[in-house]
Ligand binder design. Structure first.
Ligand SMILES: C[S@@+](CC[C@H](N)C(=O)[O-])C[C@H]1O[C@@H](n2cnc3c(N)ncnc32)[C@H](O)[C@@H]1O
Length: 280
């Protein structure tokens, strides 16, 4: 990226090659998202401006992001500070998990229940509660997290989406500080077995350990939730949980043991049994 004139297309080609050399699997996409961010352009508009030159200032800002992406493997969402979920924009920062597409399966399962009183455990960026509040206009939501910085970010995301009035936020270990009785308790808990965390992609390892670490077998928080949620549920009531790969059988067994009348699991788009819904 020297002092010559660089068009958008040249810059994208150069960066895509650079990312590929560094082993990034989504090289072109990452190059486009980061350039779109620097130029304040929707990604699709880059294609209409391929021949335009990129100013020295913009190139300098882009260079910093490209370097952080390639050399430190900083996730694109942390570099842009944004990630879409359910086609809505969410601010993200290294204090919170980056919303994942598979969590949309959890949201779909929750929406089918059409609950009116909802508690979310582990609100993170606020993506799950925000979508539920938006899609269920009659629902009342309370949501908690042990992380103060996650709660701050969730608050600002809910405000930006004009949903802050609909979701009460609490600093809470699981359900302990969340007031009321619920038709649905929903959570995307930390579920990665502790020993696996160091084997994950470098990008994932930059996300908060608190959001990932599910204890020795990954099920520590799941187990506690299956124990603590049923007494807080109305009847009928449901517990909906996102799970890690290979956890559906054991989590279903625990849910049946806790008195669930019916337990179902749902696959994500990759066919992994990703969501457990236990009906009480
Ligand atoms: C996997 S992240 C999910 C974030 C967000 N709901 C999402 O789906 O993107 C798990 C969240 O649970 C929070 N958490 C971890 N242990 C907790 C606990 N004991 N009580 C409440 N929240 C907890 C973490 O701080 C993190 O924000």
């Amino acid at each position: 990226m020297s002092a010559q004139v660089w068009t958008l297309m040249q810059l994208l080609r150069w960066t895509t090659d650079f990312f590929k050399q560094h082993g990034l699997l989504t090289a072109r996409l990452d190059a486009e998202v980061l350039l779109g961010h620097v130029l304040c352009m929707p990604r699709i508009d880059l294609y209409l401006a391929f021949d335009q030159p990129v100013s020295e200032d913009d190139r300098a800002r882009y260079r910093e992001l490209v370097r952080a992406r390639a050399k430190q493997r900083v996730p694109v969402a942390y570099l842009t500070g944004q990630r879409e979920f359910w086609s809505l924009p969410f601010s993200v920062a290294p204090d919170v998990l980056i919303p994942r597409p598979e969590t949309e399966s959890l949201v779909r399962a929750a929406l089918e229940i059409a609950p009116r009183r909802i508690a979310e455990v582990g609100v993170g960026s606020g993506c799950v509660s925000a979508v539920l509040a938006r899609e269920l206009p009659d629902a009342r939501l309370v949501a908690g997290d042990v992380s103060e910085s996650a709660l701050e970010l969730a608050r600002s995301n809910l405000e930006a989406l004009e949903l802050a009035e609909r979701v009460e936020l609490y600093r809470s270990d699981l359900l302990s500080e969340l007031p009321g009785e619920f038709d649905l308790v929903v959570a995307n808990p930390p579920y990665v077995p502790s020993a696996q965390i160091d084997t994950l992609e470098p990008e994932v390892r930059q996300e908060p350990r608190l959001a990932l670490d599910g204890g020795p077998d990954g099920l520590s928080v799941v187990r506690r939730l299956i124990e603590e949620a049923p007494p807080r549920l109305a009847r009928p009531g449901a517990l909906a949980l996102e799970l890690g790969e290979g956890q559906a059988e054991e989590a279903s067994r625990l849910a049946r043991e806790s008195g669930a009348e019916r337990v179902e699991t749902r696959p994500d788009l990759r066919g992994v049994e990703r969501v457990l819904v236990a009906h009480y």
